[in-house]
Design a protein around this ligand. Structure first.
Ligand SMILES: CNC(=N)NC(=O)NC
Length: 307
């Protein structure tokens, strides 16, 4: 089944998460972002979900702890069969940097105990916060846009070691590289750690953009990304076409309309039926505000995937 994955959490005046889970067009929801990374072992990350939290942080940190609509809606979404991932990165270069593998592994520990299965070990319950209370995400998305590749493979391998111990449900790892190859942030991680989904941002970089494919110039490189994945740690990782969900959602000029997207999606869905996973959209609220022929952009994309 081909999926639509949408980012949620940075939308202008966005409604609460459950609004997007009530839409059949959205299969996977990436909640963004953990946008501040630990500077060292034992340092806590920071988060930002725009209008969705009440502004309170855990004392002395930039980690939000009042996101009641998110902790209420994650189980609501999961009960509707949605996969809900917590997205790391997405934002500013100054706070998104990992200094070494030790810090990366600490970051994995933090995410696992804070946002993964509810810890039972009293020591872990004491040490780690639960920003979304008892809600348990279905995995983590790496939307790493700055500062190189140090630590990501180590962090993902550490998360995988926790996943292996957890039998209650399948947990996932995804990544959102830029389309230019090699991606400075995630290429090493794709080679050396197990991803389930890779949604390439075929926007914001002209030469490999979806817009270039539509206009017949540049080098839209979905096929090369297939080869990268097949040479990676998980050769069966699903590859998604990442697109802006409206003309204002990405840098100017990268938006393509549903009728422009249809031949692109069909071409690659048919060329690589095994690897093709679906379409990623940046982002959910932009899609809602971009209604074409009575359907949101995500619904238009879903129609194409199911046609
Ligand atoms: C400006 N940053 C973004 N548009 N980020 C993404 O599209 N991440 C998937």
């Amino acid at each position: 089944k081909n999926n639509v994955a949408v980012y949620y959490g940075q939308g202008y005046n966005q409604p609460r998460l459950r609004h997007f889970c009530d839409q059949t067009s959205n299969d996977i929801i990436n909640i963004g972002f953990i946008n501040e990374f630990p500077a060292d072992v034992n340092d806590w990350p920071g988060s930002n979900f725009a209008n969705q939290c009440d502004g309170n942080m855990f004392p002395g940190t930039d980690l939000l702890n009042g996101c009641h609509q998110i902790w209420e809606d994650i189980p609501y979404c999961q009960n509707l069969g949605k996969t809900v991932l917590l997205s790391i990165g997405g934002g500013t270069a100054t706070t998104e940097y990992l200094k070494d593998d030790a810090t990366a592994e600490w970051f994995a520990d933090f995410l696992w105990y804070a946002f993964g299965p509810n810890p039972t070990d009293p020591a872990k319950i004491l040490e780690f916060p639960r920003p979304f209370l008892t809600a348990v995400v279905d995995g983590f998305d790496f939307d790493i846009e700055h500062n190189g590749g140090v630590g990501w493979a180590a962090m993902i391998n550490r998360l995988r070691s926790y996943y292996e111990t957890y039998t209650e449900k399948k947990m996932y790892i995804s990544g959102a590289p830029q389309c230019a190859i090699p991606d400075a942030q995630l290429s090493d991680a794709i080679q050396n750690s197990w991803f389930d989904f890779i949604w390439v941002q075929f926007y914001n970089t002209d030469s490999c953009s979806a817009r270039a494919w539509v206009e017949g110039y540049g080098d839209f490189n979905f096929g090369q990304w297939v080869q990268i994945i097949r040479a990676g740690a998980n050769p069966d990782a699903k590859l998604y076409i990442g697109l802006p969900a409206s003309s204002s959602a990405a840098n100017p000029g990268y938006y393509i309309t549903p009728s422009e997207a249809e031949p692109l999606i069909s071409t690659y869905m048919e060329l690589y039926p095994e690897q093709f996973g679906g379409v990623m959209l940046w982002e959910a609220t932009a899609s809602d505000n971009n209604v074409i022929d009575g359907l949101t952009y995500a619904e238009n994309i879903q129609e194409i995937l199911y046609s």
